[in-house]
Design a protein around this ligand. Structure first.
Ligand code: ADP
Ligand code: MG
Length: 610
């Protein structure tokens, strides 16, 4: 970029000499040098692209227009077109790299070192060298380099890079820490649970890097458009240069001049650059708020959402269950809770986390062997040689356990040990603070259908939905039944409407992948969700869905403004130049000026706030 600036500067000086040098005979020579200095690259590229079969790109247009101008003796115009064209390009590069940086800012989180603890001594290594099971030390003010569990110490973490959430997070022994967050207060020791390649930071970085490859329909449209548009313009320009002089029996040069102006103004760079840049800016704005959008198609599609489907646990509710009651049969209550906590030791489900927390003591994994997961139902686990079943009614029925049904208000986990029913644990969840706001603001934005799908039982679901003002819900669903429900909703909606599914990634990765737009929430810990979702909300706030819809609408407004503005101005200048009413300088404005204005407008997306 620096080189481009120097080139432009030198060329501009040569250009001035070409206009004002006292000895007028050598002026054209300066102009020629000025032209070649900035234009040689463009000429080369045009020729190269010609051989690659990519005719009719911007380079080609500029080459033909400027060489043509030289041929009819309009030297200053020729050099100026090239100068301004390169200036416009430089400007585009700046804009693109600026918007990339705004996303990369999020990526500041990339850690460069880790302090490995070996035989009581600390050693600085690259995060790549650390293996699962190693212990690392993280000092205050340092970035957490790898995902792991705290084994010593407690501290506050700044997770703003990852979640957009600025309140420090308190963590202590046993808690999970994710790479990319910053340790604020005390030294902690962490046992690494994931290698660097699989770490949260690495996953997010990959996402952002690939975000560019998923093009929106507007972008593809512009692409296709210029493929047809440019040849048409070149053809028309040729006819304009040749036909009128032949028919009207006039001199060629004024018509060639008009045709060349025509060529310059027709360059579609304003659109080719500003449309993707707008989406890129929108994605950047979202990322600063803790929302990852995996490609401009998702950002564009979300404004067409007519149906929002919510998963319940962990999405509308906190997913932090508190144990309300333990009903043990022929076994002490503490023993039942202990077995439950042991049984859930390998599970990431919010229920599992809550049970382990309620138990509170250290769990020795070596007594536990997982036998089978029943998604949406529960687990079958071997705990200290005994077969433990833990889950909902359906799980008991599936395994032919005779059990007593409870009428309690909360979520009920039934337990069977060695095929004998041993009681249940009643746990209760809380509705998220902003769940109500999430529903209301979606309604305000005109989202017609709001639906809840859950694996939890009917009673709880209905009371939660009532509180939130949601009228449609389906309870006691298995993951595959959630998929079926979404399929049915898809058939009901109109052609260009979209269905959005928001879930926490536990047991709902298939629906996330299947819905038009999958939104994973609070899911930075869950790989499945990160991979199958289109949008990842890194905080736990469902209300951000409405914000992304607003962001999408704003982005599209800016895109439309640019398309209308650019095509409008170009059309006027095109017609005017065909009739010889303008000079080539107008065309230069119609190309470079319009591009710069469109780019500036596109950059507004980067500054969007909720
Ligand atoms: P939701 O659709 O509300 O997010 P899930 O599909 O994750 O719920 O789970 C549905 C039900 O299956 C839970 O309410 C619970 O009864 C049972 N369940 C799922 N996973 C587990 C687990 N790890 N331990 C015990 N029960 C579970
Ligand atoms: Mg769930």
């Amino acid at each position: 970029m620096k080189i481009a600036c120097v080139e432009l500067g030198v060329s501009f000086c040569l250009f001035l000499l070409g206009l004002f040098f006292p000895v007028s005979e050598i002026r054209p020579l300066f102009i020629l040098f000025s032209y070649l200095f900035v234009g040689l690259g463009v000429l080369k590229e045009a020729v190269q692209n010609l051989f690659k079969g990519k005719i009719f790109d911007e380079n080609f247009l500029m080459t033909v227009a400027t060489i043509g101008a030289f041929c009819i003796g309009e030297y200053p115009e020729a050099a100026a077109i090239m100068l301004f064209y390169r200036l416009g390009e430089l400007f585009q590069d700046l804009a693109v790299s600026k918007s990339k940086n705004s996303i990369k800012a999020l990526m500041e989180l990339k850690p460069d070192k880790a302090f490995l603890l070996e035989d009581g001594k600390m050693k600085e290594v690259s995060p790549l060298q650390v293996q699962v099971g190693d212990i690392i030390v993280i000092k205050p003010g340092e970035k957490v380099p790898l995902d792991g569990k705290i084994i010593e110490g407690s501290t506050y973490l700044n997770t703003v890079n990852l979640t957009g959430e600025s309140t420090p997070l308190e963590v202590s022994k046993g808690d999970t820490v994710l790479s990319g967050v910053v340790n604020l207060e005390e030294v902690i020791q962490v046992r690494v649970t994931r290698a660097y390649q699989e770490s949260t930071v690495q996953k997010i970085l990959e996402l952002v890097e690939h975000a560019n490859s998923k093009k929106s329909t507007s972008e593809t449209f512009i692409r296709k458009f210029s493929r047809y548009y440019t040849p048409i313009v070149v053809g028309s320009a040729f006819l304009l240069a040749v036909l009128p002089p032949l028919i009207l029996n006039q001199a060629f040069s004024p018509w060639i001049y008009r045709a060349l102006s025509f060529l310059v103004v027709s360059c579609p760079c304003a659109l080719v650059i500003s449309v993707p840049l707008s989406f890129f800016g929108g994605i950047g704005a979202a990322s600063r708020m803790g929302v990852l959008i995996k490609g401009s198609n998702a950002l564009e599609d979300i404004h067409k959402v007519s149906t929002v489907v919510f998963d319940k646990t962990g999405t509308l509710t906190e997913g932090v269950f508190e144990v309300q009651k333990i009903n043990a049969i022929g076994i002490p209550e503490e023993e039942l809770l202990k077995i439950a906590a042991y049984a859930e030791v390998f599970s990431n489900h919010p229920i599992a986390k809550s049970l382990r927390k309620a138990y509170g003591e250290k769990i020795d994994e070596k007594y536990v062997k997982e036998l089978k997961q029943y998604p949406g139902m529960g687990l079958k686990v071997l705990v200290d040689g005994k077969v433990v079943l833990i889950g909902n009614r359906a799980l008991m029925e599936e395994n032919h356990i005779t059990f007593v049904e409870e009428g309690d208000k909360g979520t009920i986990l039934y337990l069977a040990i060695d095929e004998e029913y041993r009681g249940n644990i009643v746990i209760a969840d809380r509705i998220k603070k902003d769940a109500k706001e999430a529903v209301n603001s979606l309604r305000k934005l005109g989202v017609e259908h709001i639906v809840v799908l859950t694996g939890d039982k009917e009673e709880i679901t209905s009371s939660i939905c009532q509180e939130l003002g949601i009228h449609t819900y389906y309870a006691s669903l298995l993951p595959n039944e959630k998929v079926e429900k979404v399929e049915i909703l898809r058939q009901k909606k109109k052609e260009d409407e979209k269905i959005l599914f928001a879930g926490d990634g536990m047991n709902d990765a298939p629906v996330l992948a299947l819905s038009d737009i999958g939104v994973a929430m609070g899911a930075i810990g869950s790989d499945a969700a990160l991979e199958s979702a289109d949008i990842v909300i890194m905080t736990d706030e469902p209300s951000k869905i409405a914000n992304v819809i607003k962001l999408s609408r704003k982005t599209l407004t800016i895109v439309k403004e640019n398309v209308i503005f650019a095509l409008g101005v170009k059309l006027i200048i095109l017609v005017a130049s065909a009739f010889g009413l303008t000079t080539m300088w107008f065309s230069v404005f119609g190309d470079v000026g319009v591009t710069i204005l469109a780019v500036l407008n596109a950059l507004r997306t980067m500054r969007m706030k909720w």
